[in-house]
Write a protein that binds this ligand. Structure first.
Ligand SMILES: C[S@@+](CC[C@H](N)C(=O)[O-])C[C@H]1O[C@@H](n2cnc3c(N)ncnc32)[C@H](O)[C@@H]1O
Length: 388
């Protein structure tokens, strides 16, 4: 089962089991994602170190290879939640017990849908792996119907969570006062659409969940207090997803500021349009590649480009073309604000921009580096492109 599915299904199951105890439900949901953390850490470290695609696929079991990384095996062993459950009993901690239950539930839910990539569930004491005749990834093991069933279960879990949650805010407004609550059910629906897009094109989407609202606020604040949001003629957003940045940009911008939002995934672009266009005639959603930026600006310059494009998983030549193009379209004094999950690309950014700084948004999942890039270098071109 996919990591976000574990999270949603466990959260719903825990809410159903302990109606009044949201804390226990959150602990159980956390327990349900912990087993996959070493796996994603390995994936991120292989990608950041620029390992060849074939090697990454093998290490992560995408080509039918066995998973053999000890931290991953340990996290998927029943001994791990058993140890947590023992600690919960000793400490008489209900939260820890819920975390252990979520962790054990993850291992149980994985049993029927892993074949080649099944782990030895008694690691390190027993090496035997239970290989299910079904798999969520291997086509000849009915991956399609298994995935469809998983998505239906997730949809039912989301529907249940919407029902029990009703409408609710999630925390205080942003310091800038621009981040208002949207009903939880709408945000869950966005998360479900986003998750579907990630499942279809993981490298293109580059994240399993939309960016948190607080992170978006922090990123947009990097434009600076003196930035003339309301006077800007055109503001650009690249990789808009379900619109978490777009809605905050629209709240800050003036009614005559054109907000040009590029989103390549057609399902996400449609959701973005349906959600925000009716109330914002100044929004133009471009359901296509960010490479159209210069054509769509048609000679105009912009003071601000906000990007959530997944630079790391992008081909080096595509990244090079886009960064060069963004530099050409920025007005004097303009900025590119972009989110990253590591500082790995920083050296490369210095080839395109003369002034670079970043702040960390640690509350985001995963923690994010928010970059402010200014003073584009003229014609950075192809020279010295990082092929990683
Ligand atoms: C990490 S997601 C960010 C989505 C959203 N802005 C957020 O923060 O939740 C990156 C988005 O960029 C889109 N994307 C990736 N490459 C793109 C490209 N070349 N042109 C336009 N959109 C692209 C993906 O489809 C995905 O929706």
């Amino acid at each position: 089962m996919r990591t976000p599915s574990h999270w949603v299904v466990t959260l719903a199951a825990a809410r159903a089991a302990r109606r009044g105890d949201r804390g226990a439900a959150r602990a159980a949901a956390l327990g349900a994602v912990i087993p996959d953390l070493p796996y994603w850490l390995l994936a991120a470290s292989l990608a950041v170190r620029g390992r060849p695609r074939g090697q990454i696929r093998t290490r992560l079991g995408y080509d039918g290879s066995e998973l053999n990384w000890p931290p991953d095996l340990a996290a998927h062993s029943v001994l791990a939640p058993a140890a947590v459950a023992a600690a919960a009993a000793l400490l008489r901690s209900g939260r820890l017990a819920a975390l252990a239950a979520g962790w054990a539930g993850h291992i149980l839910c994985d049993l029927p849908v892993h074949h080649s990539d099944a782990r030895p569930h008694g690691y390190p004491l027993w090496a035997r792996r239970f290989r299910s005749p079904l798999s969520a990834w291997e086509r000849h093991r009915h991956a399609r119907p298994v995935t469809a069933a998983e998505f239906m279960i997730v949809a039912a879990a989301i529907a249940f969570l919407m029902k029990v949650s009703g409408h609710g805010g999630d925390g205080p407004a942003s310091p800038a006062g621009v981040s208002r609550s949207r009903p939880l059910r709408e945000r869950l629906a966005d998360a479900a659409v986003f998750l579907g897009a990630f499942a279809a094109h993981p490298a293109q989407v580059g994240a399993v969940l939309p960016t948190s609202r607080r992170t978006v606020t922090n990123m947009l604040n990097l434009a600076g207090e003196e930035f003339g949001w309301r006077d800007a003629k055109v503001i650009v957003e690249l990789g808009a997803g379900t619109g978490v940045y777009t809605e905050q940009i629209l709240r800050r911008a003036g009614p005559r500021t054109e907000v040009l939002a590029f989103e390549r995934d057609p399902v996400l672009a449609r959701r973005l349009t349906e959600r925000l266009q009716p109330a914002h005639p100044n929004l133009r959603v471009i359901g296509g590649d960010a490479a159209q930026l210069e054509d769509r600006l048609d000679g105009r310059l912009t003071p601000l480009v906000v990007s959530a494009l997944p630079w790391t998983s992008m081909r080096a030549d595509v990244r090079n073309r886009l960064l060069t193009m963004i530099g050409r379209t920025l007005a004097p004094g303009g900025a590119l604000l972009t989110i990253q999950y590591s500082t790995h690309r920083e050296r490369e950014f210095t080839r395109y921009f003369g002034r670079i700084s970043h702040v960390w948004s640690r509350g985001n999942i995963p923690p994010a580096a928010l970059y402010e890039l200014r003073e584009p270098r003229a014609a950075a071109g192809d020279a010295g492109v990082d092929r990683g």
